[in-house]
Design a protein around this ligand. Sequence first.
Ligand code: G3P
Ligand code: CA
Length: 242
Amino acid sequence: MQTMIFAHRGASNYAPENTMPAFELAYQMEAEGIETDVQLTKDGIPVLIHDEDVRRTTNGRGFIIDHRLEELLNLDAGAYFAPKFKGTRILTLDQFLEWACDKPLHLNLELKNNKIAYEEIEIKVLDAIRNYNVKKRTTISSFNPESVKRMRQLDQTLDVALLRSRKHPNLVGYAKELGASSLHVKHTLLTPSLVRACKAANLQLRVYTVNRTILIKKCLKLACSGIITDVPDKAHHIRNNF
Ligand code: G3P
Ligand code: CA
């Protein structure tokens, strides 16, 4: 199987991360998948944003969990990136799924619940992907092992990924114990032996954030299941000529 290209927070090298311009661009660049980050508002609505607070990527202040959706939708989530993106809004998960559901894209929804425990985020996200009928082409990932376990308890057939940036003495065994069907690792953890162990354990191995040519080639050479990249156009070009 060919290594799949996932656009990390959309085509985030070229447009404000986790916004519609970044997702549209990823689609135009023929990324096969899109990775995005999910958190909950004060009123419990899943929205797409990476940081727990809005300061870096919007003109607002404070934590997502302290703002109601209505307040968040008034923020500008594009001007920080470049003036031409002024007026870009934060997206809800529903808005994203509405856009994605009729496109041939694999979705990688990261639950950003490793610092803040969002109540029932697993059920809310699962309900949403079922409602939009995209479950078969969605991966739910999380750095939070409890959340991986919970997701697997809630659904036996969903693709659930453990995210990991740090070493573990038996990472593959740990992921399997939690019920994960995929493992998403930081590129620094990628080794031929990890690839072999994932294969033997029937775990899909995807690698983030793979932007440099040498890393893209390494993932292709090791036949990883997927790479998660800010530069899907570059990854395509390299894969086409590999
Ligand atoms: O899903 C892979 C990657 O997005 C995890 O790290 O910090 O970019 O969300 P981060
Ligand atoms: Ca992420």
